[in-house]
Design a protein around this ligand. Structure first.
Ligand SMILES: *Cc1c(COP(=O)(O)O)cnc(C)c1O
Length: 357
């Protein structure tokens, strides 16, 4: 019995991606690796049809957080004023990164169960003298899909550049690359793209790569971009994770690209939701507000998360607890990864065993 990961990354791998990880021992300065790297960079741009004359895909070794940190620390000019929208753990992390790197930053907080207040964003942008806005596209804390296009419209109206944490949406949700306000999206290999952990990336508008102050050595995206443009790399990349991502991007394209993946994720998420609803377990966030990637569910009265987790783990499924103050209140089920209909049928049986009475 294979274990199915229902946590929001890393994900259950396809056999093809798992095999790709150990397909060869490669030196990162040899053409055998650099050819794969170039193909991954082209493949990342191709996911959303980004024009390579305007957009650059820049990869580096690290987790999703290092992609967020690289984006903020290396694309913002010295005199930047940043507005961060927060309605979960990852929005808070964006603000924390900005503070650590000495970036002048104001946070606009919404409660974790609430949508972003577009009215409040509009008035901040109208009064605040901001140059940049950073937000999380899919706030994995709760499963909420935040309104990237509406915020991008507000940014555009006020001449503010938009930076998106798309770590848990790149590859499965719509991203506004055609929007003139968007400067960059941070992403990772091991969520909706179905690669393994180790490759972080940012898709950056070309002009934004020249504008930032250097605040870091190894996360400075313009350095990675310039060396990658010359078919090289400044430091050792996560070679095997790049091999896996290469295969994962081939499989994504063969399966119909991000729109097909979104349709599949929605189908899986709805199956789980209906199955849990029949057992009296309701969504914590309305399904209509949720991404296709992850749903949060209310822990029934008197039910202990740890025992739910342990029972499902015995049946071969890893679920995820609520973050921060939400651990007693909710749990999360993500349906990213190479999950089959048979896996889901088995999950529904396991859920009946846990929640049925
Ligand atoms: C997973 C995730 C991250 C990064 O997490 P890492 O543990 O550093 O990979 C960042 N933002 C969002 C929205 C995420 O879901």
């Amino acid at each position: 019995m294979r274990t199915i990961l229902l946590n929001p990354g890393p994900v259950t791998l396809s056999d093809g991606v798992r095999a790709a990880v150990i397909q060869a021992d490669l030196c990162h300065r040899e053409p055998e690796y650099l050819k794969v790297q170039a193909s991954v960079i082209a493949g990342l741009l191709a996911v959303y049809g980004c024009d390579p004359r305007t957009w650059r895909a820049v990869i580096h070794g690290g987790s999703g957080t290092s992609a967020m940190e690289a984006m903020l620390a290396s694309l913002l000019p010295a005199d930047a004023r940043l507005l961060v929208l927060e309605n979960g753990v990852y929005g808070e992390r964006l603000a924390r990164i900005a503070a650590i790197h000495g970036i002048e930053c104001l946070s606009l907080n919404a409660p974790w169960h609430a949508p972003i207040d577009l009215q409040a964003v509009a008035s901040q942008l109208a009064n605040g003298g901001f140059t940049h806005l950073a937000m999380v596209h899919h706030e994995t804390t709760t499963g909420r899909l935040n309104p990237a296009v509406a915020v991008a419209d507000l940014c555009h109206r006020h001449g503010v550049r938009l930076l998106l944490d798309a770590v848990s949406s790149f590859g499965a949700e719509d991203l506004p690359f055609a929007h003139p306000a968007l400067d960059a999206c941070a992403g990772t290999a091991n969520k909706c793209l179905h690669g393994i952990p180790g490759v972080a990336f940012a898709l950056c508008r070309d002009a934004s790569l020249g504008a930032g102050l250097r605040r870091t050595l190894s996360l400075h995206l313009p350095d990675w971009a310039e060396r990658q443009r010359l078919d090289s790399t400044p430091y050792t990349p996560s070679v095997n994770a790049v091999l896996a991502l290469h295969q994962a991007l081939i499989e994504l394209a063969a399966q119909g690209g991000w729109t097909a993946r979104r349709a599949r994720y929605r189908e899986l998420a709805e199956t789980v939701r209906v199955c849990l609803l029949e057992l009296g377990v309701e969504t914590w966030l309305p399904a209509a507000d949720s991404s296709c990637v992850l749903r949060s569910y209310r822990l029934p009265e008197g039910v202990d998360y740890n025992s739910v987790h342990a029972a499902l783990k015995r049946d071969g499924f890893i679920i995820y607890e609520g973050q921060g103050g939400l651990a007693k209140e909710m749990f999360r089920i993500s349906t990213m990864g190479d999950i089959t209909d048979a896996d889901l049928a088995r999950l529904c049986t396991a859920l009946v065993g846990v929640f049925g009475r």
